[in-house]
Write a protein that binds this ligand. Structure first.
Ligand SMILES: [Zn+2]
Length: 431
């Protein structure tokens, strides 16, 4: 028999106004993609939650009703000098703790309304992504720092683009070190927060920020390299790696799900005439993608604003992600590759510097932070020779990085047997 209760008072036995004691793990029902490709209620355990009503735990802290405005004309924002001041200038209304409600069904909490389903599933997906980076990516728990504030259905306005709040998105907003789950309008199929792959993609941006951007809300190399109107090849590469690796990790995280590895994880949310293209364009299992002369030129000459305005970071990112996908799958070493990729984000060892160190070392000349240099950070973190050979081959092939550029002066970069792949037609050398 079903019994509607407010979990905090009935299930956890708390008085009004009391702070909940540590209550994890909590058994809840969340919407999980099953082996038939349908989202269905599934009993899961939240292992990191401390307040099941306010959806607050060591991974995330949900806030409702916030208003966040990014406006280049905003004086508060223009004069803000510290990360805290910037976050405060952006946050026009703080919002409040969310309040989830449940039905207790034999010790399992069933969400009692749509928003609770959406929020509990989103928390569960964030927890799975955290678990993926901790256990597959080998990121120590302490490195994740504090729980990530997750703004649930906020009004998020980017004033320079549109005076109306944005809809139909889930994002990691590094300026405020927070996640946002925006209200949906046109995407009525699977809300983005319910799509575990999409949440893992967003969580990957947080890990990339913590490691490859040194945890800075305004990453130094990215902002310095793109601060003038001229070409910003280094910033374009950073952004493309951030996006491509987020898709690869999202894919990697699906391999630990009920449904199993799913390179088309976008399809349950992005579907049909308008949005289906996103699924097709970013399907990592498409092995026939190749760098083109035009894209290579855009990477070299565009400013970051123009480059990402045209979505080019996803085009380059997908080339990287599908090359890694093939190397990982063909050698059967997906998880080893995932660990190497995460290790490549930040490494002080001068023999195998991480992306953060390589960007810093080339801060004064971003033309030296090339695709070959950035890809090299991943390769130097792979120890297994067969995997190294496969990654070298796929990157030379799909990203069209000539062997001599990729290897540079490091004789151990790629085995002699790695001479590129056979999928892509060799592009003429860059001028
Ligand atoms: Zn992204």
């Amino acid at each position: 028999m079903l019994r509607t209760v407010i979990a905090a008072t009935a299930v956890l036995g708390l008085g009004v106004g009391c702070a909940p004691e540590s209550s994890a793990p909590v058994k809840v029902s969340a919407l999980v993609l099953n082996s038939n490709g349908e989202y269905a209620p599934q009993e899961v355990e939240l292992k990191t939650i401390s307040d099941i009503v306010g959806l607050n735990g060591s991974v995330a802290d949900f806030r409702g009703g916030a208003r966040i405005v990014f406006d280049s004309q905003d004086q508060d924002l223009a004069t803000a000098r510290t990360p805290e001041a910037i976050a405060a200038a952006l946050l026009k209304e703080e919002g409040y703790d969310v309040s989830a409600s449940y039905i207790d069904q034999g010790g399992v909490l069933w969400p009692a309304d749509f928003h609770t389903w959406n929020m509990v599933t989103a928390y569960y997906n964030l927890e799975r992504a955290f678990d993926y980076f901790q256990n597959v990516g080998n990121v120590p728990a302490a490195d994740f720092k504090k729980p990530v504030t997750t703004y649930y259905f906020p009004e998020f306005v980017i004033a320079d683009v549109d005076k109306d709040p944005l809809l139909d998105n889930a994002l990691y907003f590094s300026l405020m070190e927070s996640f946002m789950v925006l209200p949906f309008d046109k995407l009525q199929r699977a809300p983005l927060a319910i799509n575990a792959g999409i949440i893992a993609h967003e969580y990957s941006h947080r890990v990339f920020n913590l490691k490859a951007y040194g945890g800075s809300p305004i990453p130094e190399a990215l902002s310095f390299w793109s601060s003038s109107a001229g070409p910003s090849p280094g910033a374009n590469i950073l952004k493309a790696f951030d996006e491509g690796l987020a898709d690869y990790h999202a894919y990697g995280s699906t391999c630990r799900s009920t449904k199993g590895c799913d390179a088309k994880f976008f399809s349950t949310s992005f579907h049909g005439e308008t949005y289906g293209q996103i699924t097709t364009n970013r399907d990592l299992s498409n092995t026939s993608r190749c760098m083109t002369s035009a894209l290579r030129e855009q990477l070299r000459v565009m400013n970051l604003g123009e480059f990402s305005g045209a979505g080019k970071e996803y085009e380059v990112g997908t080339l990287l992600a599908s090359a890694l996908y093939q190397a990982g799958e063909n050698t059967g070493q997906r998880e080893v590759l995932i660990r190497s990729i995460v290790a490549a984000y930040n490494d002080e060892d001068p023999k195998k510097p991480g992306l953060f160190q390589l960007a810093k070392n080339n801060l004064s000349d971003q033309t030296k932070f090339t695709l070959a240099v950035a890809a090299g950070a991943i390769i130097t973190h792979i120890t297994d020779l067969r995997l190294k050979e496969a990654v070298c081959n796929e990157l030379m092939d799909h990203l069209q990085i000539p062997r001599e550029q990729l290897v540079g002066t490091d004789p151990n970069m790629c085995p002699a047997s790695a001479n590129g792949g056979t999928q892509c037609t060799l592009l003429p050398p860059e001028e």
